[in-house]
Design a protein around this ligand. Structure first.
Ligand code: ZN
Length: 150
């Protein structure tokens, strides 16, 4: 364990213990369910999109520490950001979680989200970390309302 991994672990534990933006959003105009059957993670993402911007976002659900922390970190990051910037962010996070030859220097501008990079070492956890992001992408691209990692 080096210091960076300790820091990442602390961020995950903190966001699992005290999830940010947890609860329903009454004026959401997109509500997306996400499930990860492999682990039993289940989230509902509430998004209020105003024009081209994610005006507000929250989530509810139950799951493992990684899925809850990832949802919490995601909702903290994407508010006030345009659809396209969020889709770019989705791609960066997805790359960080799954790319074989990922260069960790690319995680620099992901700031706190880089804490999720630890799951790269645990392939069964990648879907836990990506669930909320797939739900976000779905909310932004107006496809169906349900996301499954299967
Ligand atoms: Zn999980």
């Amino acid at each position: 364990m080096n210091d960076l991994q300790d820091l990442y672990r602390e961020v995950i534990l903190d966001h699992n213990r005290t999830p940010r933006n947890f609860g329903e959003l009454e004026d959401a105009n997109r509500v997306v369910e996400g499930v990860n059957p492999l682990c039993g993670d289940r989230i509902t993402l509430y998004v209020k999109i105003d024009g081209d911007t994610v005006e507000d976002i929250s989530f509810t659900g139950t799951g493992c520490a990684i899925s809850v922390a990832s949802s919490s970190l995601m909702t903290e990051r994407v508010r006030g950001i345009s659809r396209q910037d969020n889709l770019n962010l989705f791609n960066k996070v997805h790359d960080m979680l799954t790319a074989n030859d990922y260069d960790s220097r690319k995680a620099d501008d992901l700031e706190k989200l880089a804490a999720l990079s630890g799951v790269r070492e645990y392939p069964t956890r990648i879907k836990c970390a990506s669930l909320a992001w797939h739900a976000l992408k779905n909310a932004l691209t107006d496809s169906s309302d349900n996301v499954s990692t299967e």
